[in-house]
Design a protein around this ligand. Structure first.
Ligand code: 5GP
Length: 192
C-alpha cells in the first residue's frame, strides 16, 4: 500500500501559490466581504467539490473580523461541469442543490476557480431566478484568458496563470484536492 505523499511524489511541476499566500488572499477576501455585509446576515454558498476549502477558510476568516456580518450561514451546491480532462464545456449538471432557501437572503457564491466562466454564469442565473436580496460572486483563482461570457465577479482572490492547476480543493481526476498549495502538474501525469 502506498501513501498519499508517495502517490503525489514526482507529479508536481511547480508551486504556483504557497499555503501562506493562499491564506493571505482568503484574509483579504474575508475583509472585503465582511465590510460589505457588515451588520447583515450572510449566506456563503460554496460550489462543491472544488470550493470546499475556500468556503470553510473564508467563513472562519470572516468570523475573526469584528464589525462583520451579523451571522454567517454556510451551505453548498454541487455541480459537475462536462468537458475534456482540463477544460469545462459549460454544460453543467446539478448534483446537489442548496439546503438553505436563497429567496430574500444575501448570498455570496464561492467558487474555487473561473476559467471560461460558463459554470459561474449557470449558477448565477440559477440563483438569481430565486430572487435573493443580494447575489454576489467570490472566486479564489481567476483565469481570465479564455472567458466566453462576461460573468460578474465581485471578489477575486488571486490571478492564476493560463495552466491547469491543482491543489487547495482543485483536482485532477479527483486527486490532489488535499494539496495545501496551488500547483501545476508535470505533463506526464495527463498521459497516464
Ligand atoms: P469554467 O466553467 O469557468 O471554465 O470552469 C469552472 C470549473 O472548471 C471550476 O469550478 C473547476 O471545477 C474547473 N476548472 C477550471 N479550471 C481549472 C483548473 O485549472 N484546474 C482544475 N482542477 N479545475 C479547473
Amino acid at each position: 500500500m502506498s501513501t498519499v505523499s508517495e502517490t503525489y511524489e514526482g507529479t508536481i511541476e511547480r508551486e504556483i501559490y504557497s499555503a501562506p499566500q493562499i491564506a493571505g488572499a482568503i484574509e483579504q477576501l474575508a475583509a472585503r466581504i465582511a465590510a460589505d455585509f457588515a451588520g447583515q446576515p450572510l449566506l456563503l454558498l460554496g460550489v462543491l467539490k472544488g470550493a470546499l476549502y475556500v468556503v470553510t477558510d473564508l467563513a472562519r476568516a470572516i468570523a475573526r473580523i469584528s464589525d462583520g456580518p451579523s451571522e454567517v450561514i454556510v451551505d453548498f451546491i454541487c455541480v459537475s461541469s462536462y468537458g475534456n480532462q482540463t477544460r469545462s464545456s459549460g454544460e453543467v449538471r446539478m448534483l446537489k442543490d442548496t439546503t438553505e432557501t436563497v429567496t430574500g437572503r444575501n448570498v455570496v457564491i464561492v467558487e474555487d476557480i473561473v476559467d471560461n466562466g460558463l459554470t459561474l454564469e449557470y449558477l448565477h442565473a440559477l440563483l438569481a431566478e430565486r430572487k435573493p436580496a443580494r447575489l454576489s460572486t467570490c472566486v479564489l483563482f481567476d483565469k481570465p484568458y479564455h472567458r466566453r461570457v462576461d460573468v460578474p465577479i465581485d471578489y477575486v482572490g488571486l490571478q492564476c496563470p493560463d495552466e491547469f492547476v491543482v491543489g487547495y480543493g482543485l483536482d485532477y481526476q479527483e486527486l490532489f484536492r488535499n494539496l495545501p498549495y496551488l500547483a501545476q502538474l508535470q505533463p506526464w501525469v495527463f498521459s497516464t
